[in-house]
Ligand binder design. Structure first.
Ligand SMILES: Nc1nc2c(ncn2[C@@H]2O[C@H](COP(=O)(O)OP(=O)(O)O)[C@@H](O)[C@H]2O)c(=O)[nH]1
Ligand SMILES: [Mg+2]
Length: 283
């Protein structure tokens, strides 16, 4: 039975981070998460890092059974990695998910703050660089792109939030309709804005908390310049669409195993197809 393949759940909260060659930061990130005062499980979705990222994760998982590694074969995109994290959280029965980057741009000490916002009644909590008290250490074109993208997105999509693009987020899984995130065909960075637009259109209560976003000081950004163009086109598409797609339920447990990779991560997509979020096969 597929679901038996999932690792044991030790808490009601799953913290999920995607990695691609984050050997310079993943150890410190995990140590920061392990030091948090609230208990949670951690899953890392690694896309075939070749710089020792996986070895560092596995070394910590030996002594901390709440850490799990899901490996994908090659760089399959940050958006689909996050979707896999959401699907994994649902399939394993977690009630809350938290996501963040692995390059220490997000402070692991902010995770409990986001969870407290959920405790206080929010459906979704997002770490924000653009409300009072928020900070963003980018300079030059990255600062300009980030600021402008968030201002334009807020106004074109009539968003209630000032931050739509960073990945430091928490959500109550029962509040977010099943499939709203997982079925999306957004494998790249466009995933983050699409998600926020869907949360807002669904009427979810979104809390925005100020954070200090630091520039990475090891490894390289994986954001290729063409992704910025793709994100711009995605914004226009979202502005043209007025409603969320109809809710798409997850496949039953006995139909979710992928014939290509053998893992329980098959989903229905918003386009009506089936695909595996672990290997992106479309049977
Ligand atoms: N699994 C996976 N992780 C990715 C991929 N692209 C980026 N990441 C991770 O996503 C996080 C954010 O990526 P980053 O390059 O820092 O984006 P930036 O902050 O916008 O420059 C980091 O933890 C990356 O390692 C990908 O294709 N697959
Ligand atoms: Mg980064």
């Amino acid at each position: 039975m597929a679901i038996a393949d999932l690792p044991e759940r030790r808490s009601d909260t799953l913290v999920c981070t995607p990695t691609y060659n984050e050997g310079g930061s993943i150890g410190a990130l995990l140590d920061g998460l392990l030091a948090a005062r609230r208990p949670f499980d951690i899953v890392i979705i690694d896309d075939g890092s070749t710089d020792g990222t996986q070895d560092q994760i596995l070394a910590r998982a030996k002594t901390h059974p709440q850490i799990h590694l899901i490996c994908r074969n090659g760089k399959l995109g940050i958006g689909s990695a996050h979707q896999l994290g959401w699907l994994h959280a649902r399939r394993a029965g977690y009630s809350r998910i938290v996501t963040l980057d692995a390059d220490l741009s997000h402070d692991p000490a902010d995770v409990p703050r986001l969870l407290e916002a959920l405790d206080a009644g929010a459906d979704v909590a997002i770490g924000s660089r653009f409300i009072a008290g928020g900070r963003l250490d980018y300079s030059g074109w990255r600062l300009a792109v980030s600021r402008t993208a968030n201002i334009v997105a807020r106004s074109l999509l009539a968003m209630p939030t000032y931050e739509q693009t960073t990945s430091l987020r928490a959500a109550k899984l029962a509040s977010v309709p099943e499939g709203l995130v997982e079925s999306m065909l957004r494998d790249g960075y466009a995933f983050f804005l699409s998600c926020m637009a869907r949360f807002a259109r669904d009427g979810l209560k979104i809390a925005e908390l100020p954070i200090h976003f630091r520039d990475r000081n090891s490894g390289q950004s994986k954001l290729p310049p063409f992704e910025i163009v793709r994100c711009g086109l995605n914004l226009l598409q979202l502005a043209a669409l007025r409603a969320n797609p109809a809710p798409i339920s997850l496949l039953p447990d006995n139909q979710c195993t992928c014939a290509s990779c053998g893992r329980p991560y098959l989903i229905r997509t918003e386009a009506g197809g089936i695909r595996c979020l672990a290997c992106l096969a479309e049977p």
